[in-house]
Unconditional design. Structure first.
Length: 545
């Protein structure tokens, strides 16, 4: 099959597109990067010209390309070339892997990596002594699976100057021995994590470029045609620019720029300077990333009511609420979409309050503000998503009872809140809009950015390996159509791309995929076995099995 933009006719394929009640046997014709026909084979003939490449889909399913509206491609690329603990299931496995990595990389001055899970350790987290037994002379820095805590050894603490007298930085926490005040080796949230992370030699541009190549190739194999980098950095943009110049940036790309809780409203103008610097780049800046809290596992998610295991602690917001309102109004007024990180129900409410203040006092233009994660939403806040036209950006690959749920979430939240996580159906039924994404390389026991795997997990509310037969919030499941729509037109809407992409309507850009099985004929537990056989972006094939 040609790998150039041209004319294609996809015949004998079942087509599902948002708005359909079921897949239909249709012919789709693509020309000059757009869909020019979708209908019966007989009516397609006038659109098939000499030279049109005819693709017989053999009754397979044709879908719009998947769109991941919250992912971290180059953070993931860095993780791919570091000491990754992802997929390991015991502390002993961690130790063996770290030892092996240390021996194979004796030239590295700093050992860094990611992927450990909270459920293998007590609530206070792992201890530096475990790492000290592996490596005393070189610093070690290992992010947790969610990127919100770090496990370090004594050498790393020493290099960072962290002692008994070191104060917790604003928005972060240094875990300490309650009797001695000594740092245990766990740093919560980036203000604390950066005390060590800031000392790590940066990944070279050439390494990042190679990691990015690997990511984009895999994204095409997964049928992903659009992504949103939820934490853009200038060095990442330089990598994207280089790949674009080599015609290797094979996805639609938009980027969120970080909004600093320690800076004032003037930072919005500074972000505008960055946007103008890359004005000619083949990616878009529409949104500002605003972290409102951390994660449940580290007791850093901001809750409306205290943690069940800490009656006097409900976490703290990263932003002062009054300051957040000022910055949110300025961002909205200057035309920026706000992309909030909000995990706890207190943080979700804070995000909704900021959006409400911005849209009711400022410019009424459509900004499509998003609240990413929204793990826990108070019942009284559900309807506010629709009222404020705020988008709930969920990660369906998280919708199961992983080891962290049993060991951490239940004790922290209590049964009612823990089993009420990810209230997707409530948001949809109240009229709210949703988008789906992966947040890769962050996740649970199983980390993936494969939309088909995420769709299975979201439908079943079980892990792929079915180790735990009990479901997480079975009453919050939506059907296959809803899952596909959230990964296509829902995410396209969140990225202001719904007029051009997200469905297979005539006149839209030809972003489409062909999958090996008709998903509508499968049991939900079988969906992850389906493979993407073909991916087209802008009328150009970018992956073919």
């Amino acid at each position: 099959m040609s790998n150039k933009t041209g004319s294609f006719a996809f015949t004998d394929g079942f087509v599902y597109s948002p708005g359909f009640t079921k897949p239909l046997l249709l012919t789709i014709v693509v020309d000059e990067g757009k869909i020019v026909f979708a209908g019966s084979a007989d009516n397609a003939r006038p659109f098939v010209k000499p030279g049109t490449e005819v693709v017989n889909c053999k009754d397979r399913l044709i879908l719009p390309g998947f769109q991941d509206s919250h992912i971290h491609p180059l953070i993931g690329a860095e993780d791919l070339i570091s000491c990754s603990l992802t997929g390991l299931n015991s502390i002993e496995d961690y130790i063996a892997h770290i030892k092996d990595y240390s021996c194979r990389h004796a030239d590295k001055s700093f050992i860094s990596g990611s992927g450990w899970i909270y459920g293998l350790f007590p609530p206070e987290g792992p201890n530096k002594n475990i790492l000290d037994a592996v490596e005393k002379n070189r610093p070690i820095f290992l992010k947790a699976f969610d990127g919100h805590s770090a496990w370090v050894n004594s050498k790393a603490l020493e290099m960072a100057g962290i002692t008994n007298g070191t104060s917790d930085p604003d928005g972060g926490r240094i875990e300490r021995n309650p009797l001695t005040g000594e740092a245990t080796g766990v740093l919560r949230e980036w203000p604390a994590m950066n005390l060590v992370f800031g000392l790590i030699p940066k990944t070279s541009k050439s390494e990042l470029v190679e990691g990015a190549r690997h990511f984009f190739r895999q994204a095409a194999r997964y049928g992903i045609t659009s992504i949103h980098d939820a934490r853009g950095k200038e060095r990442f943009m330089d990598v994207y620019s280089e790949l674009a110049g080599l015609d290797e940036l094979q996805t639609r790309l938009s980027i969120s720029l970080f909004c600093d809780p320690k800076s004032g409203v003037e930072q919005i103008q500074e972000l505008e300077i960055t946007r103008k610097k890359y004005a000619r780049a083949p990616f878009e800046f529409k949104s500002v990333k605003i972290f409102l809290d951390g994660v449940m596992e580290g007791h850093t998610a901001f809750l409306n009511e205290p943690y069940a295991d800490r009656p006097n602690d409900r976490g703290s917001p990263i932003w002062d609420p009054a300051h957040l309102i000022r910055v949110a109004r300025e961002a909205h007024e200057k035309g920026w979409q706000m992309h909030f990180h909000a995990v706890g129900d207190g943080a979700v409410r804070l995000a909704l309050d900021a959006i409400e203040s911005a849209v009711t006092t400022g410019d009424r233009q459509d900004r499509r503000h998003q609240i990413a994660h929204a793990d826990l939403i108070a019942a009284t806040d559900i309807a506010r998503f629709a009222e404020l036209k705020a988008i709930a950006n969920f990660q369906p690959a998280w919708f199961y009872k992983d080891r962290n749920f049993i060991e951490i979430s239940l004790p922290q939240l209590g049964s009612k809140r823990a089993n009420g996580l990810y209230a997707v159906k409530d948001v949809v039924e109240s009229g709210g809009k949703i988008a789906f994404s992966s947040d890769w390389p962050f996740g649970g026991d199983y980390i993936t950015f494969n939309p088909l795997e995420a769709i299975q997990i979201g439908l079943t509310r079980k892990a792929l390996n079915l180790l735990d037969e009990t479901l997480l919030g079975s009453d919050q499941r939506i059907d296959l159509k809803g899952m596909l729509d959230a990964y296509t037109i829902g995410s396209a809407y969140a990225e202001f791309r719904d007029l051009d992409t997200g469905s297979l309507d005539v006149g839209k850009k030809a972003d489409l995929i062909i999958v090996s099985n008709n998903l509508f004929d499968l049991r939900p537990e079988e969906i992850a076995k389906t493979e993407v056989l073909f991916t087209m972006l802008d009328g150009k094939p970018i992956w073919s099995a």
